[in-house]
Ligand binder design. Structure first.
Ligand code: GCO
Ligand code: MG
Length: 405
């Protein structure tokens, strides 16, 4: 089999997605997701100009060699744009291999370790009560784990809580620039315990709870947060601290037994190797798109398993359904799978563009038997939704200091 064509399609059915389609001389094609939220055109140019020409004529079955060629072979290793490009190629090649074999990708990885994939849903509310009502809706739908984010009294905008705005596009004006949202660690620390205390009061101790701090704290503050929330038995606290310096998590570990999760912006195992090896974290949240595809995600899962770290792949709406499908196959296989983040199966618009072989039942995803990743992409539908420039928000302290968002 030979690769005959490589297409990069940037569309915006509700949000921007960069989709890669690799075609072969046998009529089989594969799909990959290369979306880097807010920097979509950089990765599209990287793929079109630098990667696509090197793929034409190659055997798509050579997944490992092509991965190494695009990683070691380019001299410039790592980084989100490079790794998302490699990630999309890798996903598309696994898709092709599965289609050629007539098997879903989870079978190629080693088969199912479980029947279905447990999810956590998002409850984002403008008050604690509102958040808990939203949690109630998810519990009714059968979700066994819920992530809680609540607006902070005295701050105009809080991570994860969009009020009447549907998404970050809606927060941007006609001339899209990054929205600016305020942050105060003091105000946050003063409210956060009540959210989890009330959640336990209302829903009992069986339901799983998560929380995303979105890298707003210092290690010692994160230690204090962990201690404060220990008695509410969270499944994990996510991104308590930005960890370019991985030793930050050592400090957190010295102060709390609250489980820690991190990884959604990591691009290679080198970003989290020390945290995993030293057992400073409990869940690794990397995404197939941003970590270079299914091939490295599988290696990282096995590496993590040796240190009791479980996988909890990123599942925000800025990852396309192709990445979601890749995660579902990995999740079915990985012996040390923990949980999958879930924000719904797309929107009306994105569902015109992407079709997938996944069913949601009782807070779990069941994967169908379609060969490959089991996703399809309608190029004509995508053409109806052209790319729109968009940015993620930035965060500032109340005195104007730029902070982590
Ligand atoms: C999550 C993430 C997202 C990110 C988004 C940025 O845990 O789902 O933190 O909400 O902010 O993916 O691109
Ligand atoms: Mg997050």
């Amino acid at each position: 089999m030979k690769i005959t064509d490589v297409r990069v399609i940037v569309s915006s059915p509700g949000r921007n997605f960069v989709t890669l389609k690799i075609l072969t001389d046998e009529g089989i094609y594969g799909l990959g997701d290369a979306t880097v939220n807010g920097r979509e055109m950089a990765v599209a140019a990287y793929l079109e100009e630098h990667v696509a020409p090197c793929l034409i004529g190659r055997d798509p079955h050579q997944i490992e060699d092509i991965w190494q060629y695009l990683y070691k072979g380019v001299y410039w290793r790592k980084g989100p744009i490079t790794m998302a490009s490699i990630g999309a190629v890798d996903m598309a090649l696994w898709d092709i291999k599965g289609k050629a074999a007539g098997l879903p990708v989870y079978q190629l990885l080693g088969g199912k370790s479980r029947e279905a994939v447990t999810l956590y849903g998002h409850a984002n509310g403008s008050t604690i009560e509102d958040t808990l009502d939203k949690m109630g809706d998810l519990v009714k739908q059968g979700f066994k784990v819920v992530r809680l984010q609540s607006a902070i009294p005295g701050l105009d905008g809080t991570y994860g809580v969009l009020g009447d705005k549907k998404d970050y596009f809606a927060l941007q004006s006609d001339r899209p620039l990054p929205p600016e949202l305020p942050w105060s660690t003091v105000k946050y620390m003063n409210m956060i315990e009540e959210l989890f205390a009330k959640a336990r009061e209302r829903f009992g101790n069986e339901i799983g709870l998560c929380h995303d701090v979105h890298s707003r704290l210092t290690p010692i503050e994160a230690g204090r947060l962990g201690k404060m929330l220990e008695k509410y038995n969270l499944l994990f606290i996510e991104d308590a601290v930005a960890a370019e310096n991985q030793e930050s998590y050592k400090i957190i570990r010295q102060h709390t037994t609250a489980p820690m999760a991190i990884g959604e912006i990591y691009n290679t195992v080198w970003d989290c190797k020390d945290m995993i090896e030293n057992q400073w974290i409990d869940y690794i949240r990397m995404a197939a798109t941003h970590a270079g595809g299914i091939t490295p995600m599988r290696r990282i899962a096995d590496f993590s398993a040796m240190y009791h770290v479980r996988t909890a792949p990123h599942g925000a709406p800025d990852l396309s359904p192709i990445c979601y499908a890749a995660h579902m196959h990995l999740n079915l296989w990985a012996p040390n799978f923990g949980i999958q983040e879930f924000v719904g199966f797309g929107t009306e618009k994105s569902n015109e563009v992407f079709k997938y072989d996944l069913q949601l039942r009782d807070g779990m995803v069941y994967v169908g038997d379609a060969p490959g990743l089991g996703v399809d992409f309608d190029e004509d539908a995508a053409a109806r939704y052209p790319y729109k420039r968009s940015y993620l928000p930035v965060s500032r302290l109340e005195d104007g200091t730029l902070w982590s968002w």
